[in-house]
Design a binder for this molecule. Structure first.
Ligand code: ACM
Length: 549
């Protein structure tokens, strides 16, 4: 029997899904640099002549242009890092790696604590404590560039700012084509720090599986826009995507399907460790999500004892018990069995052991098959398991219906139970679906995506505030913002980029920039200058008609 879903849960019926998947690779979404109006020419914006005309996204806290000659990156430029500089040296090395392909310069990374040579780019820890753990100061003169931060993450963000100040051609991947007449950056000073500590994106690798290589491309996009959190939705009805040694059938049975019947896939522990390492190098924390007690058909198909033997949507259940449709809300772990909590304990233990980040996301959304008491009791027991393994619990906002520890975090999406969590002292991650869900269509004719939360054109994704979105919420109660990409209709990284760019940079600015510095007109003008960068990086994007590209 098919369980009817509520308005908020109306993801996608299988008939509509089939139609969407047929279209999925027809036009713009799967053809990089195409738009529904035809190809966009690659036009390089002229180099900046004053820092005041910067096109930075996210826009910084303060920009003070100077008069005088610009800094010029040349064949003799060196990147100077402290002697024994550890992470600062590594960030200096990443800067060199960013600038070398297009410039063709050697850009040696040299250790030195004395006065830097003329023309150097200095990357070192220092600066006032007020910069916080992710802020930085960037000072540009004709003689030198200095990037200073209290913590290495701030240096990394400063590097991203410097990158965006150089002519767009710096994103070129090889030197064969000369991409700029000169690599100049106008003089001045930028002092910057983020508004929110949590600036994230969620990638649903369960509805459709994304390879390690694809996830790395997503991580690089986040890094470019100073996001610091990648939430991986690792399990759902359609697939289980992470190796768990104590429950091997989760991947051998639960991992081999996906929406539409494709082959699925999963990350081995080594692959997950590689993602954690790659993200960590970019100061991005991976937050693993195992969605429970609902959205668990892949686990139950692997280990039927985890379920309560209730009927499933039989018409969409394949011979191996797999589910390739997109209805939601019908599956649930059986809340009253000991085996359920042995399973939760093992899964949380194994994933926590390979996750250096502080968080474990337990899902908790869209559960229709349990009573309110059963749901609350499940969340509360699971919460204790998460804390037992040293992690802070994050859950979708429905977890506010259970008794939360005050350190737990609720992720607002439909905004009808977030306040329950807030009243218990929990902090919020703001991901309101009508603003931040990157799987919503841009317009009625967007080939991919859903529309149950509305259409989310670029301005809609940009023009909102995470604190004032819900009445009665204080700035301190919002830990940050996150842009989820659910992948019922999104089959690969090219399609993911189409749904993500330029909305993800918009959400990145919502999370980073002070409200007083943000305006749609400003963002609209600045983001236009990023299209040539995406083109050179091979990043697909939606050329929103709201922007003069
Ligand atoms: C959700 O979109 N079900 C969190």
């Amino acid at each position: 029997m098919m369980i009817p879903h509520g308005v908020r849960m109306n993801r996608l019926s299988t008939a509509r899904l089939a139609a969407a998947l047929t279209l999925a690779c027809s036009v713009a979404a799967c053809n990089p640099v195409q738009s529904p109006r035809g190809p966009i020419p690659l036009v390089m914006p002229p180099p900046l002549t004053t820092l005041g005309a910067h096109r930075l996204v996210p826009t910084p806290v303060s920009v003070t242009p100077d008069d005088g000659a610009p800094f010029v990156l040349t064949a003799t430029t060196a990147i100077v890092v402290p002697v024994g500089g550890g992470e600062a040296s590594r960030v200096g090395g990443m800067l060199a790696a960013l600038l070398r392909p297009a410039s063709g310069f050697v850009l040696p990374v040299a250790a030195g604590d004395g006065a830097p040579p003329r023309g150097a780019i200095v990357v070192r820890l220092g600066g006032p404590a007020s910069l916080g753990p992710e802020g930085y100061e960037l000072t540009v003169s004709a003689d030198s560039v200095r990037i200073v931060a209290v913590e290495p993450a701030g240096l990394f963000h400063g590097v991203q700012t410097f990158r965006q100040l150089l002519p767009a051609g710096i994103e070129g991947q090889h030197h064969a084509v000369r991409m700029a007449s000169a690599w100049t950056v106008p003089p001045g000073r930028i002092v910057d720090r983020p508004r929110f500590a949590w600036r994230g994106a969620m990638l649903d690798v369960a509805r459709h599986f994304f390879t390690v290589y694809e996830v790395k491309q997503y991580i690089d996009l986040l890094a470019m826009y100073k996001m610091n959190t990648l939430h991986l939705h690792l399990s759902d009805d359609q697939g289980w995507r992470i190796q768990i040694d104590s429950w091997p059938k989760l991947t051998t049975v639960g991992g081999i399907t996906e929406v539409g019947g494709g082959p699925g896939g999963f990350y081995t522990k080594d692959e997950y460790a590689e993602l954690v390492r790659f993200a960590g190098q970019r100061f991005i924390t991976i937050v693993p999500e195992i969605d429970m007690p609902g959205h668990t058909h892949a686990a139950i198909a692997s280990y039927p004892e985890l379920g309560c033997s209730k009927p499933t949507p039989a018409t969409q259940t394949g011979t191996a018990g797999s589910y390739t449709g997109t209805e939601v809300g019908w599956s649930t772990l059986c809340p009253d069995k000991d085996v359920t909590y042995r399973f939760v304990d093992d899964v949380v233990r194994e994933i926590s052991a390979m996750t250096p980040g502080a968080y474990f996301h337990v899902g908790g959304d869209e559960v229709q098959g349990l009573t309110a008491e059963q749901y609350a009791s499940f969340v509360e027991r699971t919460q204790e398991i998460v804390y037992k393994y040293g992690k802070t619990m994050v859950g979708w906002e429905e977890v506010g219906k259970a008794r939360l520890r005050p350190t737990s975090i609720a992720q607002q999406w439909k905004s009808d139970s977030a306040l329950l969590a807030l009243r218990q002292g929990a902090k919020l991650i703001a991901s309101p679906a009508p603003k931040a869900y990157l799987d919503m269509k841009y317009t009625p004719t967007t080939e991919l995506g859903l529309d149950w939360a509305g259409l989310v054109e670029l301005r809609t994704a940009y023009d909102w505030d995470p604190v004032t979105y819900l009445p009665g919420v204080a700035e301190q109660s919002v830990i940050g913002v996150e842009a989820p990409l659910w992948t019922e209709t999104v089959q690969n990284i090219t399609a993911a980029q189409y749904m993500t760019v330029p909305r993800l940079p918009a959400i990145a600015e919502v999370g980073w920039s002070p409200a007083s510095e943000r305006s749609w007109d400003g963002f609209r003008a600045r983001i236009a200058a990023h299209a040539p960068r995406w083109r050179l990086l091979g990043i697909n994007f939606y050329p929103s008609p709201q922007v003069d590209w």
